[in-house]
Design a protein around this ligand. Structure first.
Ligand SMILES: C[S@@+](CC[C@H](N)C(=O)[O-])C[C@H]1O[C@@H](n2cnc3c(N)ncnc32)[C@H](O)[C@@H]1O
Length: 339
């Protein structure tokens, strides 16, 4: 457990290997799995899995939760990823423009701790921080905008340079403009009316984001498009920039619930189990090995990678629920190979 910014952060409440062994033991004693559950294959032509139908499912999800409070603010974010606060502080070059990009922003819950951290720092340096948030769901983008406007107003926070926009890095060149150009357009649109207007970045193909947040988004991406998604994230990350990754891990509680409810399951080429929720969205559960393979094959270097094990306490039953997440920090090396 560690404490920073008055938030208690837990990441090793129980031993992952022991938990995994107990789950495997249970599976061995369970009845043979029905054949039809295991045959589902991720087929590009499966209509329910295409990026467009996933965006539709997420639009419906966010329409049902338009108040923006389904996902709670990720208060642990800065404790889990100290590199974010370091980047915001600017290090040796506090006058440089710093771009934080969240992909798959949902209703903005991961943006909240960043905005609060920026607001706390009353120095002019904050004027150089740009927070961009995107999502494949236009409803999510709208919800995020509304939620952040409300937060800034209700809590009298200093308004950051902030924009939300719709984009999906899993789309091909035939389906959408390159993700990097969408991020640069959002960046420049935001900058145009500010004192930073002289520092537009539209030209050139060098990545712009010093920090990219991928928080519970990769698990929702069409499995056959995950490599493309991460490749476009790599293009968009500035050399030396970092990806902060958190997502569902193998044997996480929802995975065991999917299994106990005999939900349709399939497996990715890297062996990760994948399920389709009742509402049509994809839920994938990562191993450390699959996560490393995905990021390293896109050109990232792994800095941190581990399972986080956290007890959630059921308020009614007081039962301890075992959550498993994959935590990762990946860096895009500079052109000379240094990180
Ligand atoms: C589980 S929510 C997580 C939201 C937010 N990151 C958080 O921490 O609460 C996943 C979000 O990712 C978005 N998403 C799913 N696939 C995406 C894709 N291919 N590109 C961009 N966003 C995507 C969904 O619309 C949804 O808002």
């Amino acid at each position: 457990m560690s404490t920073s910014n008055e938030v208690q952060y837990y990441e090793s409440d129980f031993d992952f290997d022991e938990h995994a062994a107990a789950v495997r033991e249970q599976i061995n004693h369970a009845e043979e799995e029905p054949e039809e559950r295991l045959i589902a294959k991720h087929d590009e032509n499966d209509d329910s899995l295409t990026p467009l139908s996933q965006a539709d499912s997420w639009n419906q999800f966010h329409s049902h939760h338009s108040a923006g409070n389904f996902y709670k603010p990720r208060r642990y974010l800065l404790s889990a990823f100290p590199c974010i606060a370091q980047y915001l502080a600017g290090g040796d070059d506090a006058s440089s423009i710093r771009v934080v990009l969240e992909v798959g922003c949902g209703s903005g819950s991961t943006c909240v701790p960043i905005i609060k951290e920026c607001s706390k720092r009353c120095d002019m340096v904050n004027e150089n921080i740009i927070l961009l948030a995107c999502d494949c769901s236009t409803t999510a983008v709208e919800t995020t905008r509304r939620f952040i406007d409300g937060l800034v107003e209700n809590e009298s926070l200093r308004r950051p340079h902030f924009a939300s926009f719709d984009a999906d890095p899993s789309l091909t060149i035939d389906e959408s403009p390159p993700f990097l150009s969408q991020v640069k357009s959002a960046h420049d649109d935001l900058m145009r009316d500010t004192e930073l207007a002289g520092q537009l970045v539209a030209n050139g193909d060098i990545g712009v984001a010093g920090i990219v947040l991928l928080v519970f988004v990769l698990s929702a991406v069409t499995p056959t498009r995950v490599n493309r998604f991460v490749q476009q994230i790599h293009e968009t990350t500035a050399p030396g920039g970092k990806v902060c990754f958190r997502d569902y891990g193998l044997y996480d509680l929802p995975m065991l619930r999917f299994d106990s409810q005999a939900c349709c399951r399939s497996s990715t080429s890297l062996g990760d189990p994948v399920y389709l929720r009742g509402e049509g969205t994809i839920a994938r559960f990562f191993t450390l090995e699959s996560t490393r393979a995905i990021f390293e094959s896109a050109g990232f270097t792994t800095c941190e990678l581990r399972y986080c094990t956290v007890y959630n306490i059921n308020r009614k039953t007081r039962q301890k629920l075992k959550r498993v997440f994959v935590h990762g920090v990946f860096v895009k090396p500079h052109n000379d190979g240094t990180t």
